[in-house]
Design a binder for this molecule. Structure first.
Ligand code: PXL
Length: 277
């Protein structure tokens, strides 16, 4: 055994503003002392209200990056973020399947905070049939869970619990439905096929949550690669992201970034309340 940090790979889009996507993932990996690597699937330009500012990379470029990372270093964990198209999802699923990596977090990124379109409509089926079944854990937010459930409205924690149970049928052993868009405390629901677990943090009164979902799933990946169980990883990651949200910045009038270094700099002030059902 050596003392090298665990190796984690993100397969995601480049978010030029630095708050989300690859940039958020690598910052989070660094904060949590895991060795970060990246496969860039698309370059997202300025104010991406439509998909015209999304510049997808070729399948060849995506495969080349993946093979480089795995051959040069190897991976103890992997997360996927923005994949954008059916073709990319299918190529990534084939690579991930072949690589047989232990910890796989699929964040089914579909729309960004600025309503930017990060996944084409015809890609949803590919996500469900080829990638989600390979995941250890999937981490949809409410709009994503709703789309994965054929536009089911999700308006309460009870709805999230039912959504987690129903999404489990897609084949990932763990489903985390994130309730950040509800009102009241920020409650996420984890389902493992047997037990429902809720993770509750206080709601932080801020608009600066850009990239919070990316940061959360990156932190889960890092903790899994360090050997934590899924339940432990989710609790630790939620504490990390809550602290990052609490200390987010208003650099401009746009929705600002979370502060990835907040837990290190200020300490983690938030106890996550965990309940089993
Ligand atoms: O926060 C979702 C997200 C993920 N990935 C990329 C993004 C965004 C939001 O803008 O740009 C590349």
């Amino acid at each position: 055994m050596n003392n090298y940090p665990p190796r984690v790979l993100t397969i995601a889009g480049s978010a030029a503003g630095g708050s989300a996507g690859i940039q958020a993932d690598l910052k989070t990996f660094q904060e949590l002392d895991v060795y970060g690597m990246s496969v860039v699937t698309a370059i997202v330009g300025r104010h991406p209200e439509t998909d015209k500012n999304v510049h997808p990379q070729t399948i060849e470029a995506i495969e080349a990056q993946f093979v480089t990372a795995l051959k040069q270093v190897g991976a103890d964990g992997l997360k996927t973020g923005m994949l954008f198209s059916k073709e990319v999802i299918e190529a990534v699923a084939a690579l991930v399947k072949d690589a047989a990596i232990e910890n796989i977090v699929v964040d089914p990124v579909m729309v960004g905070k600025l309503d930017s379109k990060l996944l084409k409509d015809d890609a949803i089926d590919a996500l469900k049939s080829s990638l989600i079944p390979l995941a250890t854990v999937i981490t949809p937010n409410i709009p994503e869970a709703s789309i994965l459930l054929d536009d089911r409205p999700l308006n309460s924690v009870a709805d999230l619990k039912q959504a987690a149970v129903d999404l489990h049928a897609l084949g990932a052993p763990y489903v985390l439905v994130k309730g950040g868009r509800l009102t009241g405390p920020a409650i996420d629901v984890l389902y493992d096929g047997n037990t429902l677990i809720t993770f509750e943090a206080p709601r932080i009164d801020t608009v600066n949550t850009s990239g919070a979902g990316c940061t959360y799933s990156a932190a889960i990946t890092a903790f899994l690669a360090k050997g934590k169980s899924v339940t432990e990883a989710v609790g630790l990651a939620k504490s990390f992201v809550t602290t990052a949200i609490e200390h987010g910045f208003s650099y401009t009038e746009m929705v600002g970034p979370t502060y990835h270094a907040a837990a290190r700099k200020y300490g983690e002030a938030h106890q996550i309340k965990i309940e089993k059902f």
